[in-house]
Design a protein around this ligand. Structure first.
Ligand code: ASP
Length: 347
């Protein structure tokens, strides 16, 4: 690229833009315009930076689907004008939010990099500067006139991940995220090294499609030894429930008692989609590998393969809006749409 890339920073909230309220000692969001003042180094980057912020910055614990829509609308309105986007959110729910945004944007041709920090930007030992500066560098990286990255990513503590593969693993360490089932797309050391063979490139230049409808009548049901049928039944009978991410054991195993299977089957017969996702941080669901997952397969539970829970709930919200037939729903869920799971299909 001959001109300087234009980057839009979208600030939604989170620790990165917080300051200590010395009266209460609690962290509180501050006016985003200060963020650029706090990092004068940003002016040294070889790009033009503009910023936009949520009217009221939020702690990411308050994130919800309305805010997801606000984020994609900001991207949609500014898509032509900017070459890349850096979205700042709190890290607590960043894996959920960035996964959802990856499904809501179709035919993406530009980098969208989510980042944040564990310590506020004004803190002496902050991780915010490196996270923000390198995220901007990633969003600016071009090769042969094209952005090196054109997918939704999450950058934290020297690693760039595919967003919909990430999980927050630490509330204290700077290395707060991991992506157990897919390697980092880039690593930052003395050089910023991209693993280009892992980065998705949209083959055709198609127009960006922004999907703004998500179905939020969904639930995550985590199994544990001793979970009662009453609890399972109550959850599956939530009025208007449309989908369940069922967190099972190991490679997708669950109790094979008749009563438990019968509760799941009744829900599936009512049209509720049940996705089998493993509680393990790495590895995948293999339905039918053990006797304790064979019945799940037989009653029509959908295989989440190696998807994360965060990504599964986002994909469920996204696909449920499409009024797909049962077969199509299963087909599209079990297939990679944005690189969120490993299947036999190419991206
Ligand atoms: N509670 C904060 C949030 O997620 C933590 C962070 O920013 O890392 O908004």
């Amino acid at each position: 690229m001959t001109r300087k890339p234009n980057i839009l920073l979208i600030y939604t909230g989170g620790t990165i833009g917080m300051m200590k309220d010395y009266k209460t000692n609690a962290l509180k969001a501050f006016d985003f315009s200060q963020i650029v003042e706090k990092i004068p180094e940003l002016q040294q980057l070889n790009c033009k930076i503009e910023s936009v912020s949520f009217e009221d910055a939020i702690d990411s614990s308050n994130m919800n689907t309305k805010y997801y829509i606000s984020i994609v609308e900001i991207i949609e309105e500014n898509y032509k004008k900017f070459d890349g986007f850096v979205v700042l959110t709190g890290s607590d729910t960043m894996a959920y939010t960035s996964s959802a945004i990856s499904f809501m944007l179709e035919n993406l041709q530009k980098p969208i990099i989510f980042t944040g920090s564990q310590l506020p930007i004004g803190d002496l030992r902050t991780d915010a500067k490196e996270n923000l500066i390198t995220s901007i560098e990633v969003a600016c990286a071009y090769k042969n006139g094209k952005p090196i990255v054109s997918e939704v990513c999450l950058y934290f503590e020297y690693k760039l991940y595919r967003a919909n593969r990430t999980t927050k693993i630490s509330s204290e360490l700077f290395e707060a995220f991991t992506s157990m089932n897919f390697p980092p797309l880039a690593e930052s050391g003395v050089h910023l090294k991209f693993n280009e063979h892992l980065i998705h490139q949209e083959e055709q230049e198609e127009t960006l499609i922004v999907r703004k409808h998500l179905v939020d009548e969904v639930v995550i049901l985590k199994l544990f030894p001793g979970i009662s049928n009453l609890v399972v039944e109550s959850i599956l009978n939530i009025p208007n429930l449309k989908g369940v991410v069922l967190e099972t054991y190991g490679s997708g195993n669950a109790p094979n008692s008749e009563s438990f299977i019968c509760l799941l089957k009744t829900a599936i017969d009512k049209g509720i989609k049940i996705i089998n996702v493993t509680q393990c941080k790495s590895g995948r669901v293999m339905m039918g590998h053990y006797d304790t997952s064979l019945l799940l397969l037989e009653i029509g539970v959908i295989n989440g393969r190696d998807i994360t829970t965060e990504s599964a709930i986002a994909k469920l919200m996204y696909l449920l809006d499409k009024n797909l037939s049962d077969d199509d729903f299963k087909h599209f869920f079990e297939k990679s749409l944005r690189g969120e799971l490993t299947d036999n299909y190419h991206f």
